[in-house]
Design a protein around this ligand. Structure first.
Ligand SMILES: Nc1ncnc2c1ncn2[C@@H]1O[C@H](COP(=O)(O)OP(=O)(O)OP(=O)(O)O)[C@@H](O)[C@H]1O
Length: 888
């Protein structure tokens, strides 16, 4: 990528020949503009300063080097007065947004110092320049810099010992939330869920104000903060209780924080106060309009840790990180950007409140049954723009006239929307039945004032309709009359002078002129004043022409100013209604998500799961929502699941001792080991040992159960014939094994860390999905760990667990523990091939077909032959006898 700056040299300059550090210059030797530049740079040492010079934004000194390196631009140099040449690179001013976006994506903060007056007005002095915008990754509002499908969060953390406070805001939509917790691991998980664009950290670092880019380290960054985010190191003062509390009280005009729900949460208050101060500091010119602060608790939601979210591929695939192939991709049938973002938020934060889930289900059910309503609603929703972000831009004084027209178009659809759902019964549709009249009036006013397709620039006129403002109309009429006079001038003067080639023209330097070919110069009337001589023509002005021109230009400036004032007053009116618009936008977004889920339910034949308070997970003919959509219709083989013994709810479980006697115990499961291979069957075990050959569908089945549970807890219908699902508190997965090179951990250590996390946090209400444990070490070590883990999960925790494994020895567990059952994914064995049936059936597989898989993959025949021999020997000589841990 290159930007053709006029000072771009033809050969690569030698950076050692010019100055690259503004702190090293003798300021008395700098010319005026460069002095202003370095003084501005002093105020923003940690940001890239883009400095407007004519048609370019330029960077000097170290910023020039950064810009050139990061954006692959040419680094050149410029004479900066007696001081000599300084490093320089630049980008065309009209593409500043594109280049700034790239810098921000790379984790830089950018300060825009723009010309705030016309260069022509500044004759003989320096053009006036001011900082007009400070952009950091977490404070973006520009449409082109934001992804419409996801929130852009700015977060702030406060850590005190093992306790933490976390506040986050999306300034483009106004969301502002805060929470507090007491385990740093939960803070990490919450940050991983939010994926904030920027995190504010109060520190006593000497280098306050610096922005650490992803991966950059600092001794001032607490260890629990994931290295993958941008961190802004801030002073601790605004994060103190004494500063933060009054800041919140003042911002939300309340006398106590009780109403905001965080009065008793000092760390949450400190984080939120610090975040507000940062916004005030960086957004001085255009204050941000935020919604009322909301306090939440992480345990109010289904807890899905980052690993599980990754393994279940909720928003992106594991293999290549793409959206295509993720759960969100498979489920998203939303019609608006707001709905798209809401669905993502719902998937990252499923509910545990049955009432909340059921009211979402009721809405989906109504929309599924009422096809006309669903289709009409979807069609209407498609005509609604991003009300949340349009309002955000209006609220912070950054919306242009096109934004306001889009907002008005969207607001004017709302009455139609409410008429459409007038007879609806479900909660989320009822929420749309009343549109505050003020919004209709606002839409009408915006439409009545603004032209249908206004220009992007708001200071150059052409925004306001005739009839809005008498003064404006009068001035427009005067300008029009003068312009008409000039338009007639050519015809009149041709007639008067008899010069048929006479023309009236305009250029920026001379304004209006009369042009006559040089051959006819002797025929010009006496009142013509010669202004310019070109090769073939002479250019003249007349006193009349200049008088009209002056009138037009002054009137035009006045006109533009008046239009601008009318426009900003309109924008202010929108800002005043921000809260009302945003409340309605949230309702629109939720209805859009549910309408999309209803459409999906119809398209894919999903059912409404019965949500229960207990532990039961009973899925009849479940399917994997993503794999199913990737296969031709009808190819996916459905499988059922039954998990979760009800008796555990009361802390009881019936067990069978080694005499086959059944008894009920409370508290921890207490079992004597059994040595006979007595097969106990159970209809709804807590733990399923799932065996089956490679590529038979174990992983797919495991994930399918996790995804169905998660979908059900966002209120969605699910890919199954029917289901009864108890609410889970957490879903854990341990799937596949990859080296975590970033933290230098081996495959096996990653696996063990993840397993430890599960065993330390799972409860009897959790769903645990384990795909191979103990593969990364010696067979017997691996088997031993796998056995102990499965036993612990079944007896101590009694989490609902599916344990996929190639260790067939684990099938023994089912004969000893009543809440363990064996299932296998079946294959049909033909003489020279295996047919994958993908069917999950009771019973344990006794064969892995690993050698057959190797043969199909093309291992040489001699290797296959030898592998078979070795296996025969191993089977003959090894006998593993395992009993249960004696828990008493
Ligand atoms: N129920 C199903 N219906 C149709 N196709 C399926 C089904 N389950 C799995 N498959 C297909 O089989 C492929 C292999 O499945 P999966 O990766 O789950 O096997 P696996 O048993 O976990 O293998 P391994 O033990 O090697 O990890 C999947 O990519 C999918 O396309």
């Amino acid at each position: 990528m290159t930007a053709s700056h006029p000072d771009t040299p033809s050969t690569k300059p030698d950076a050692s020949t010019f100055i690259c550090d503004h702190r090293q210059v003798d300021r008395s030797k700098l010319s005026q503009m460069y002095l202003h530049y370095v003084e501005t740079k002093d105020k923003y040492p940690h940001a890239v300063l883009l400095y407007r010079v004519g048609d370019f934004f330029e960077c000097y000194f170290q910023d020039a080097v950064t810009l050139a390196q990061e954006l692959e631009l040419v680094l050149t140099s410029k004479q900066a007065g007696e001081q000599g040449r300084v490093a320089m690179s630049g980008v065309p001013h009209h593409s500043w947004e594109r280049y700034t976006t790239l810098l921000i994506e790379k984790g830089f903060a950018v300060v825009i110092c723009d010309q705030v007056e016309d260069a022509a007005e500044a004759t003989g002095r320096l053009v006036r320049r001011e900082v007009t915008r400070i952009l950091t990754p977490g404070t973006l509002l520009e449409e082109g810099m934001l992804k419409s499908s996801r929130n852009n969060y700015l977060a702030a953390v406060v850590i005190a010992g093992n306790h933490w406070g976390l506040a986050y805001a999306d300034i483009s939509t106004g969301e502002f939330l805060t929470t507090q917790g007491s385990d740093l691991e939960h803070l990490t998980q919450e940050l991983m869920r939010l994926q904030p664009a920027e995190v504010l950290v109060p520190t006593n670092a000497p280098d306050l104000g610096s922005l650490l880019r992803p991966g950059e380290t600092s001794p001032h960054l607490p260890q629990c903060l994931p290295p993958s985010f941008c961190y802004s190191l801030r002073s601790q003062v605004p994060f103190s209780q004494g500063e933060a509390r009054p800041k919140l009280l003042q911002k939300f005009k309340v006398r106590s924080l009780e109403g905001l729900g965080c009065d008793h949460l000092p760390l949450a208050v400190r984080a939120a106060g610090g975040l507000l101060e940062y916004l005030e500091d960086t957004q001085k010119e255009n204050p941000i309009s935020l919604q009322r602060l909301r306090t939440y608790t992480t345990t109010d939601y289904l807890i899905v840790d980052h690993q599980t979210r990754r393994n279940l591929e909720i928003t992106q695939t594991v293999r290549d990180g793409t959206f295509h192939g993720s759960l969100l991709w498979a489920l998203d049938r939303t019609s608006t950007a707001m709905g798209g973002r809401a669905l993502r938020r719902w998937l990252l934060q499923p509910l545990i409140d049955i009432k909340g889930i059921r009211s979402r289900q009721d809405t989906i059910e109504e929309l599924r049954e009422n096809t006309t309503l669903r289709q009409d609603l979807r069609q209407l929703l498609r005509q609604i723009y991003d009300l949340e972000r349009l309002t955000g831009r209006a609220g912070s004084g950054r919306a242009n006239a096109r934004d306001l027209v889009a907002l008005a178009d969207s607001l004017s659809r709302l009455p139609e929307l409410s008429r459409l759902v007038a007879d609806a019964n479900s909660p989320f549709l009822k929420a749309l039945q009343k549109v505050p009249p003020i919004l209709e009036e606002l839409a009408q006013k915006l439409h009545a004032h603004l032209v249908e397709s206004p220009p992007i620039h708001i200071k150059e006129g052409g925004l306001i309709r005739p009839g809005v403002n008498v003064q404006l109309d009068e001035r427009k009429a005067t300008v029009a009359a003068d312009q008409q006079w000039i338009a007639n001038l050519e015809v009149d003067e041709r007639a008067r002078t008899g010069i048929a080639t006479l023309k009236v023209g305009f250029n920026k330097t001379f304004g209006y002129y009369i042009s006559i070919s040089r051959a006819k110069a002797d025929q010009v009337p006496a009142n013509y004043i010669r202004k310019q001589t070109l090769t073939n023509e002479e250019r003249y002005i007349t006193p009349d022409l200049k008088e009209r021109e002056a009138r037009i230009l002054t009137a035009r400036d006045d006109l533009n100013q008046l239009e601008y004032e009318i426009f900003t007053a309109l924008r202010e009116e929108v800002a005043q209604q921000a809260e009302v618009i945003r409340n309605l936008s949230r309702a629109v977004a939720a209805a859009d998500v549910l309408c999309g889920l209803a459409e999906l339910a119809v398209q894919q034949g999903y059912c409404r799961p019965e949500m229960l308070p207990g532990r039961e997970i009973a899925i009849v003919d479940g399917r994997h929502p993503v794999v199913e959509q990737s296969l031709p219709a009808g190819f996916f083989v459905p499988n059922s699941t039954e998990l979760g013994q009800e008796s555990v709810v009361s802390g009881q479980l019936s067990v069978v001792d080694n005499q086959g006697q059944e008894s009920v115990v409370s508290g921890k499961l207490s079992v004597k080991t059994t040595t006979d291979n007595q097969q106990l069957t159970t209809d709804n075990p807590d733990l399923i040992i799932l065996t089956g050959p490679n590529a038979s569908g174990k992983s797919c089945y495991l994930r399918q159960v996790g995804l169905i549970q998660l979908m059900a807890q966002i209120g969605s219908f699910i890919p199954a014939k029917s289901a009864r699902l108890g609410i889970c508190d957490r879903i854990f997965t341990r799937v596949g094994a990859v080296d975590d090179l970033a933290t230098g951990q081996s495959t096996f250590m990653v696996e063990m860390n993840e397993t430890a996390n599960i065993l330390n946090h799972a409860t009897s209400r959790s769903l645990v999905l384990l795909d191979e444990i103990g593969r990364g070490t010696a067979t017997f070590d691996g088997l031993s760990i796998a056995w102990a883990v499965a036993e612990y999960l079944a007896t101590e925790i009694r989490a609902r667990t599916i344990f996929a494994t190639h260790y067939h020895e684990l099938n023994e567990l089912a004969s000893m523990l009543p809440n363990v059952a064996n299932y296998q994914v079946t294959v049909k064995e033909l003489p020279d091939q295996i047919i994958f049936l993908h069917q999950v059936q009771p019973g344990g597989a006794d064969k892995s077909y690993g050698i057959e898989a190797g043969r199909l993959a093309g291992l040489p025949a001699v290797v296959i032959q030898r592998a078979k021999q070795v296996m025969g020997q191993i089977e003959k000589h090894s006998k593993i006898a395992i009993g249960l841990k004696n828990l008493e």
